[in-house]
Design a protein. Structure first.
Ligand code: ADP
Ligand code: MG
Length: 300
């Protein structure tokens, strides 16, 4: 049975009340198929972390529903592994003990646990560091422990909130490759939030762009770039075209600069099959923009 389907239906999440109320997500509907790797881009403060927290069960939406494999999400669970920007490790526990935490919690028998820890530490390249403390590891290694701690539970779903954004460029690329490797092997569903356009395209099988707050779905693409993704992917023509599209969509949200003519042509009404813009947004898009002819007369 394939597992890891995520469905958000009409999710609205508001913090606070009255004059201080802040709506982070508004009528957001989104579906992830089992094994999808959905990258999510959106302006800062648009509700990306709120999205992760809602699927993780840390936040409860006021309206709408989140389901994983048909089950409504009401609390956190080991079926949904969460990885944040800073790995939340226990500094007083050894790497092995950190990884062991979830297994112990689930009452997995000790001999089995030990083998599972060995296997996962090997997978993330930390076999030799099981008996070190987190403070004795580099940032990238700590994030590997964070990944191992989640992966050891074989989650159906991985929820990742800018997990690599505090790492240097080289380490980040290594972590991205490691993540793709385990995703290919385990086949879990990944919801991956980032503000890094390259990262979103490099990793994802699909990509969602959110509007500025309150976060709604602005666009949803399939990313059909061949795998395995390599350094060459980053300089391929299709990659650059997608990147341009994302830059334009984000710029439109962040500073109100209308997306270029090029994007308009790739708009669903223009017959392009890769960009799907929600119909509600489509109407706004049409009214916010000059007619195509005016665009073409005044190219930016
Ligand atoms: N716990 C909270 N209490 C009050 N407001 C919050 C809370 N978490 C997030 N927000 C607000 O919700 C909005 C979206 O935040 P967030 O989901 O963190 O955005 P992003 O991750 O896209 O930067 C922001 O305006 C933020 O201030
Ligand atoms: Mg965030």
């Amino acid at each position: 049975m394939s597992q890891g389907a995520i469905a958000l239906e009409n999710v609205t999440l508001t913090f606070g009340e009255g004059q201080n109320a802040v709506t982070a997500l508004k009528s957001l509907s989104l579906t992830l198929r089992p094994g999808d790797f959905l990258s999510v881009l959106g302006p800062s403060g648009c509700g990306k972390s709120s999205l992760i927290n809602t699927v993780a069960g840390f936040q409860k939406a006021q309206t709408g529903e989140v389901r994983v494999d048909g089950e409504p999400v009401s609390r956190p669970g080991p079926d949904r592994g969460v990885v944040f920007q800073q790995p939340t490790l226990f500094p007083w526990k050894l790497v092995r003990e950190n990884v062991d935490f979830g297994l112990k919690f689930r009452n997995v028998p000790r001999p089995q646990r030990s083998q599972m820890i060995d296997d996962i530490l090997q997978k993330v390249g930390l076999s030799e560091f099981g008996r070190h403390y987190p403070a004795q590891l580099s940032g990238g290694m700590q994030q590997r422990v964070g990944l191992a701690r989640v992966l050891v539970n074989k989650p159906r779903v991985m929820l990742m909130d800018e997990p690599f954004s505090s790492l240097d460029a080289q380490t980040r690329l290594m972590m991205q490759e490691l993540l793709l490797q385990v995703w290919t092997e385990y086949g879990m569903t990944v919801l991956f939030v980032t503000h890094d356009i390259d990262e979103a395209i490099f990793l994802g099988s699909r990509l969602a762009v959110l509007t500025r707050r309150p976060g709604r779905l602005k666009a949803l693409f399939d990313i059909t770039l061949p795998r395995p993704r390599t350094i060459d992917t980053l300089v391929s023509k299709d990659f650059v075209t997608l990147k341009r599209t994302c830059v334009d969509l984000l710029r439109e949200e962040m500073v109100g600069i209308p997306a270029s003519t090029d994007i308009r042509r790739r708009h669903p009404r223009g017959g392009h099959d890769q960009v799907l813009v929600e119909s509600a947004d489509l109407a706004a898009w049409e009214t916010a923009h000059q007619p195509a002819s005016a665009y073409e007369q005044n190219p930016r």
